[in-house]
Design a protein around this ligand. Structure first.
Ligand SMILES: [Ca+2]
Ligand SMILES: [Ca+2]
Length: 197
């Protein structure tokens, strides 16, 4: 509680520095006057993800829809952040097994941008922070995501999948899952999935 510390704090508060923003995680009430530094700092509070973060599209059988950075056509799950702040998913868990909610723990560096999407590759391969330790079952199963404290964020189940046809929410985030023959990997489902041939 030295005088120097107090002065530094006042300085940060006065200039709206990012240090102040990062120390008050979850201070959603202050977002109204957030500056550029605040907007750039992902929100790591699990509670803020509820009702904002959604499983948006899944593809359990992929041979031609889209490939990962290594050119592999693997299973994938698309997350959608309907909120106004980026969501840092470090410590969140995902699973395809209701009995194992912590099957895969998302590492640092997994961020879903505000009003944007993030693709997670369910390929069982060690190829980056956005690759999961398990694959999806094209015969049908489930996918769910939980906050670091175990609070359920979103969950869905899917029936047997047709190759290169995803299950996509319409509208994004809130709608029901329906087969989508024109999958939108990492992009909003929008109108592309509206027409099923
Ligand atoms: Ca892969
Ligand atoms: Ca999509």
């Amino acid at each position: 509680m030295s005088r120097a510390v107090v002065l530094i704090g006042l300085c940060c508060a006065a200039c709206g520095g990012s240090d102040a923003a990062s120390s008050d995680a979850g201070a959603d009430g202050a977002r109204g006057d957030a500056d550029a530094a605040d907007a750039a700092a992902p929100d790591t509070a699990g509670a803020s993800a509820a009702g904002v973060l959604f499983i948006n599209e899944v593809m359990p059988s992929n041979t031609a829809a889209c490939s990962d950075a290594l050119g592999e056509f693997d299973d994938w799950v698309e997350l959608y952040n309907a909120g106004d702040a980026d969501l840092d998913l470090a410590g969140f868990t995902v699973t395809d097994d209701a009995a194992l909610p912590t099957k895969a723990v998302l590492p640092a560096g997994v961020v879903v941008p505000a009003h944007g999407t993030l693709l997670l590759w369910a390929d069982g391969q060690v190829q980056g922070v956005d690759h999961l330790s398990f694959k999806l079952d094209a015969a049908g199963e489930a996918f769910a995501i939980f906050a670091p404290d175990g609070a359920p964020i979103d969950a869905m189940t899917f029936a047997a999948a047709t190759t290169d046809v995803s299950f996509a929410r319409l509208p994004d985030g809130t709608g029901a899952f329906a087969p989508c023959a024109r999958a939108t990997c990492g992009a909003l489902n929008g109108a592309a999935c509206a027409a099923v041939p």
